[in-house]
Design a protein around this ligand. Structure first.
Ligand SMILES: [Zn+2]
Length: 674
């Protein structure tokens, strides 16, 4: 670590210690004499995809968001907060680890957070906090690794059966907060940390019918109105339980939504304010000193976790890269300017473009790209007038600062093991409106065309995957074919066209497209995985085996290959081989209900009933409402002679699906036999 940086860190540690002491002193003042201060509960609410400027407390005039606004009555509104990266999983990773994406390695939704970095949850858990997360959307599913440090991680997003039109990727706000309320009813004694993630504002929209009219035709605003109402009910619950006043409650969004600005309809591709500017409202625990009602200094989402720790008097680990916001919120604090960094490598990973990186100081936003951009956000908040050519000296000084920031932290970078994208993850990405990657990302370089110059291709791609997701297959097919006319070697385009054919029942045509894709890139993991999966589904087991073995030759840790080889072996009655491959699949993806189920079934065939019972128990844990999971668990228990638990499992199966005839028959024959 350079000595200047070490010095900086020591100063901030000292400040942290002093402020923590102050916070403790203040906390003591509001408790009755003789009683230790109760530890402050922490509630962090992330409203995914929420633009700050659609909240009435941030100046929106089309309708009110009274419940979100209410937090600022006893809190501080940070008027200029930027996301570090406008994608769900990477942004939440930066939020909870207080690190830059190029350091923590999570730069795409499909990336997994490794075990090395402490997160807000692991830190609070180690300090005796009970920790619970209630998740609204697929990108924060367990498999991506943010569940570390949470005692309870309620994220019931399972693998999908259909590759083109997956389901179960989001759940409504009311279901998410119901989980949180249920947990808080029995865990309300501080200290606790509750993380609530609402995914309603993320496409595809599905607001409750009763709300559609109230917010006009705008479905995005209708979803926001719905989320606000649900949060209002959640605050009421907290007040009834006397938890609202004493809690530190923080509301953020992971990124905004472009809604057509700059030619982008959603988020992830560009890094303009339309997707970077997010709300940040901090409701301080009752009895805190008077903080500023509003802070105008630009800050970053990576500053949230250090702020929470400072309020609690817990020192931040050396891995944290954000700075606490408490000094900015303190009355009379000098408005020290901060460097706010953001990035997106989405267009690089999807279309081979150059990455985008930006630095904001005060009102000036600089975006590093082959055609750099510079904006004055006060005079030009919509970023329509690029000043990079007029203000070359300023642009150059920002470029230097941006490079200095990156090199300052580069040595701390922990590149995440870039897992290959499995067909299910790719399919889920598509149905949420994202493009899948093609080449292994290690091979991608930072040179490439400017994403601004590839916008048309990106939009065409997005149109195609949307059409595919809603089942308009012919139009999707035409869109991808048109794209491939211009870019015949586009592996992702070929893959998407293959998916169209597959969904249309045209397996042969799909195989032809995948073969073209693999001619362009013989090591394309996704194309290989899909090809092998098609061979399994069409019962061409020899071909499937060859495909998956070839895939393992260059991607030895590939889950789909191990799972596919397990299925093939099972169908060919080679039970020991099946168990070997499926055990590996389960090791590679412990949250795959499909892999646990297939392994359980192989154990049943080998009469290893207690092992089968374990696997089916895991399936029931991963898919708590699955009738089939309980039915199969019942079968294993029955074989073990555990009659009463077996009967209970069959009854559970019937509770979730009263029409599951096999469970009824099994239950009746069990009764008849005993
Ligand atoms: Zn998001």
């Amino acid at each position: 670590m350079p000595s200047a940086l070490r010095c900086l860190r020591n100063t901030s540690t000292l400040r942290r210690v002093l402020l923590a002491a102050l916070a403790i002193a203040e906390a003591t003042s509001w408790t009755r004499a003789g009683e230790p201060p109760p530890p402050t509960p922490v509630i962090l609410v992330s409203v995914d995809t929420l633009r700050a400027d659609h909240l009435s407390c941030y100046g929106y005039t089309r309708f009110l968001t009274p419940h979100i606004d209410a937090l600022r009555d006893e809190g501080t509104l940070f008027a200029q907060t930027d996301s570090v990266i406008p994608l769900t999983m990477p942004s939440h990773t930066s939020l909870l680890t207080s690190t830059y994406p190029f350091v923590n390695g999570v730069e795409e939704n499909e990336d997994k957070l490794g075990p090395a970095l402490p997160t807000l949850a692991t830190i609070l858990q180690s300090k005796g906090y009970r920790t619970a997360a209630f998740i609204g959307g697929y990108f924060l599913a367990r498999r991506f690794g943010l569940d570390r440090g949470f005692d309870v991680y309620d994220a019931p997003f399972s693998d999908s059966a259909s590759l083109a039109r997956p389901l179960d990727l989001k759940r409504p706000a009311a279901r998410v907060t119901e989980g949180a309320i249920r947990w808080l009813k029995v865990n309300s004694r501080p200290p606790f940390f509750v993380f609530v993630h609402l995914f309603d504002l993320h496409e595809p929209y599905n607001p409750p019918a009763s709300l559609k009219g109230r917010y006009g035709a705008d479905e995005y605003d209708a979803e926001l109105g719905y989320a606000d109402e649900v949060l209002g009910r959640f605050w009421s619950f907290l007040k009834r339980k006397h938890l609202y006043d004493q809690s530190l409650i923080i509301l953020i969004a992971d990124h905004g939504e472009s809604l057509g600005e700059h030619g982008e309809s959603t988020h992830g591709y560009f890094i303009y304010q339309s997707t970077l500017h997010v709300p940040l409202i901090v409701k301080w625990p009752k009895g805190s000193r008077n903080y500023a009602r509003q802070v105008a200094t630009p800050v970053s989402l990576i500053d949230v976790a250090p702020t929470i720790l400072e309020v609690l008097g817990i020192s931040a680990p050396p891995t944290f890269q954000g700075q606490s916001l408490m000094d900015l919120a303190s009355p009379g604090a000098p408005a020290a300017e901060r460097e706010v960094f953001s990035e997106s490598v989405y267009a690089r990973d999807r279309l081979g473009c150059a990455p985008l990186r930006s630095l904001r100081i005060g009102a000036t936003q600089y975006i590093e790209a082959p055609k750099p951009e510079l904006y004055d956000l006060v005079r030009d908040p919509a970023e329509l007038h690029n000043l990079a050519l007029e203000e070359q000296a300023l642009a150059t000084s920002f470029k230097d600062k941006l490079e200095a920031l990156q090199s300052r932290y580069a040595s701390m970078a922990k590149p995440a093991a870039k897992a290959s994208m499995s067909p299910e993850v790719a399919a889920n990405l598509r149905s949420l409106g994202y493009l899948a990657t093609s080449a292994p990302r290690q091979a991608l370089r930072d040179s490439g065309p400017d994403p601004k110059d590839r916008l048309d291709e990106y939009r065409q791609f997005q149109r195609g995957i949307r059409l595919l997701a809603i089942g308009r297959l012919w139009e999707a097919e035409a869109t991808f074919k048109e794209m491939l006319n211009d870019h015949p070697d586009d592996v992702v385009g070929r893959y998407d066209l293959a998916l169209c054919y597959l969904e249309d029942g045209r397996a042969y045509d799909a195989v032809m497209q995948l073969k073209s894709a693999l001619r362009a890139d013989p090591h394309d993991v996704q194309a290989e995985e899909l090809m092998g999966t098609i061979w399994v589904d069409t019962r061409q087991y020899e071909r499937a085996r060859a495909e998956f073995k070839y895939l393992l030759s260059f991607a030895p840790e590939d889950y789909t290959a191990q799972y596919g080889l397990g299925l093939v072996a099972d169908r060919e009655k080679r039970v020991d081989d099946a168990i070997r491959h499926l055990k590996t699949a389960v090791r590679l993806r412990p949250d795959s209900a499909n892999a646990h189920r297939a392994l359980g079934e192989a154990y049943l065939e080998r009469h290893s009933y207690s092992s089968a019972e374990q696997e089916f128990t895991e399936v029931a844990h991963l898919q708590p409402r699955s009738a089939r999971a309980y039915y199969e668990l019942g079968l294993a228990l029955e074989k073990e002679g555990a009659t009463a638990p077996a009967a209970q499992a069959f009854r559970d199966a019937l509770q979730y699906n009263p029409k599951l005839l096999a469970a009824r028959t099994a239950l009746e024959s069990l009764r008849a036999a005993h």
